[in-house]
Design a protein around this ligand. Structure first.
Ligand code: PGA
Length: 254
């Protein structure tokens, strides 16, 4: 039985003080039984990670980062390593988000290097995949996502794959208010599970968590999470609103 995961991706929002405030509103609103079958994660900006980690300690909320570099250390101005993230309290790292792919030109190859480094360091990577609107309209969305999965997971072993979380986020649904229908999302999750089965075998495919992301909110969460292949969500906008985020978590934990 796969445990659900609800991850908040705060993107480039909130300064240090408002990050701490938001983290506290979320952690104090969590009811014990939410945690029985759901993992909860928040991903603030780099500068807030350490203080946010301190402020949610003991609440069951984990902290993650939105990106990292694949090298151990060195002359990489402006970059952050996996070890630095771990030392600040991170358990997870989001990799290959579509905003990183589109605005910062990250390729499947680069994401693969980051994924390997995250796993080697003991971080749980959340690998993001998803097609653009044009690709869906052209009917190549399944092929594109399968390629992203295959390239990003290159040389990842069976032992390592069991630690990876995948997030399917159709680019056309991110921050647009348009969500994939529960059936559309589930279909793609099922395809992703088949891609994993082809690479690692069915047991691994059945155990891997696949999150849906793209305009998830307190109204549509319940229907999305009731789909058999959807194991939680990667939440952007709604994770900045504590009440909405808590309702989403509550829906996942039912
Ligand atoms: P959204 O963002 O929920 O605001 O659409 C999701 C994401 O980018 O991870």
């Amino acid at each position: 039985m796969r445990k659900k995961l609800i991850a908040g991706n705060w993107k480039m929002n909130n300064d240090l003080n408002s990050s701490i405030e938001l983290a506290k509103s979320i952690s104090t609103g969590i009811k014990k039984d939410f945690l029985n079958n759901t993992d909860i994660l928040i991903c603030p900006t780099f500068i807030s990670i350490s203080k946010v980690f301190d402020s949610v300690k003991g609440s069951g909320v984990s902290v993650g980062a939105q990106n990292m570099h694949f090298k151990d250390d060195g002359a990489f101005t402006g970059e952050i390593s996996a070890e630095m993230l771990i030392s600040a309290g991170c358990e997870y790292v989001i990799l290959g988000h579509s905003e990183r792919r589109q605005l910062f030109h990250e390729t499947n190859h680069l994401i693969n290097l980051k994924l390997k480094k995250a796993l080697k360091s003991g971080l749980i990577p959340i690998l993001c995949v998803g097609e653009t609107l044009e690709q869906r309209e052209e009917g190549i969305h399944e092929k594109i996502v399968d390629e992203q999965i295959t390239f990003c997971l290159k040389e990842i072993s069976k032992v390592e794959i069991s630690k990876v979380v995948i997030a399917y986020e159709p680019v056309w649904a991110i921050g647009t208010g348009k969500t994939a229908s529960p059936e559309q999302a589930n279909q793609m999750h099922n395809n992703i599970r088949n891609s994993i089965a082809n690479l690692y075998g069915n047991d691994f495919a059945q155990n891997i968590r696949i999150l849906y992301g793209g305009s998830v909110n307190d109204k549509n969460a319940s229907e999305l999470f009731s789909q058999p292949d959807i194991d939680g969500g990667l939440i952007g906008g709604a994770s900045l609103k504590p009440n909405q985020f808590l309702t989403i978590i509550e829906n996942a934990s039912k």
